[in-house]
Design a binder for this molecule. Structure first.
Ligand SMILES: [Zn+2]
Length: 318
């Protein structure tokens, strides 16, 4: 079974009507790559790009001297003010189940028009929404749940869809604490509104877990906390192969500066501890890593570099 099925994309629906172009009623194939398939033992994995988010550079380290941050950006050949953050979701097939891990931005924040393409790109990859048996949410920020709120999506999902999320996450969003974040204006309200709407629309399909839950054979979701209280990572294991999807526990800058606070972290001190623990573990066991906001397709390894870490992108092996 392969997830990289490019034959006959479904054309009946296209949630991204604003961005998709049509030829004879079919979505025009995009010239940019938006999916990357790999195997973890017997588990099929597909990394799908939801697009990119244009966000202020200051958000990647709001506890840092601006001059130090500016120097890092320059060293990385990145612009000083606005960064394009990748936004990746993952589809996993194991034990007859098709699991979508996070759902992208959807149409929740019109100021970020280059994101929100998950549904369109799943279709282009031959993945019908009705085939998804489970959704795993690393957390409930709008760039991770928004795709489920796009018009018409709920009706196309199976009525018995199970959405797995940490109990601490649903509880947090009943009365979320934004006192330690550093976000651009408009974001806290949009995040609150989106999480509330998501809880309302999908309440009956939520399957909460406390610390960990095996969604399918070799697909283990584990709560880390930090970024949000219910933030979770997904560990894949089959035979001797492993892969971790780290959600928002690791950002690009986090390898070299794991102690820089990301503006979206609700408990930045704990988020930094989670990041260091995870990066240390992945450096020691040499397992591959995929994360939401690492440059697509984001498959990489972690090396120790003195007191910090080094990002080692995987080779494109097609
Ligand atoms: Zn995120």
């Amino acid at each position: 079974m392969s997830l990289d099925n490019t034959s006959q994309p479904s054309v009946k629906y296209c949630a991204d009507k604003m961005n998709a172009k049509y030829i004879h009623g079919r979505p025009e194939p995009e010239l940019v790559p938006s999916r990357y398939a790999l195997k973890v033992g017997a588990i099929d994995v597909l990394v799908v790009s939801d697009g990119v988010l244009s966000l202020p550079g200051a958000m990647l380290g709001h506890n840092v001297d601006p001059a130090v941050r500016a120097a890092w950006l320059e060293d990385m050949f990145l612009p000083p003010d606005v960064l394009e953050w990748a936004l990746n979701v993952v589809v996993v097939r194991s034990g007859g189940r098709t699991i979508l891990i996070d759902a992208g931005m959807g149409a929740e924040f019109p100021d970020l028009p280059r994101a929100g393409r998950t549904v369109q790109r799943l279709e282009a990859a031959g993945i019908d929404l009705a085939s998804v048996t489970d959704v795993v949410l690393t957390h409930m920020h709008m760039d991770h749940v928004g795709g489920l709120l796009v018009d018409g999506v709920r009706d196309r999902l199976r009525p018995d869809l199970r959405i797995h999320v940490a109990a601490a996450e649903t509880k947090f969003w009943e009365s979320p604490d934004f006192s330690h974040v550093s976000m651009p204006p408009g974001f806290p309200d949009a995040l609150r509104r989106t999480a509330k709407r998501f809880l309302h629309e999908y309440q009956s399909q939520l399957r909460t877990f406390e610390e960990k839950h095996e969604v399918a054979p070799g697909v283990l979701v584990t709560r880390t906390g930090g970024h949000t209280p219910g933030h979770s990572v997904v560990r894949l294991a089959s035979g001797s192969d492993r892969l971790t999807f780290a959600g928002d526990a690791v950002f690009q800058v986090g390898f070299e500066h794991p102690d820089w606070y990301n503006g979206f972290e609700h408990d930045p001190e704990e988020a930094a501890r989670v990041r260091v623990r995870l990066l240390r573990e992945l450096a020691a066991n040499r397992e591959p890593l995929v994360a939401t906001h690492l440059s697509f397709p984001s498959v990489c390894h972690v090396a120790v570099d003195g007191d910090v870490f080094r990002w080692v992108p995987a080779v494109w092996d097609y």
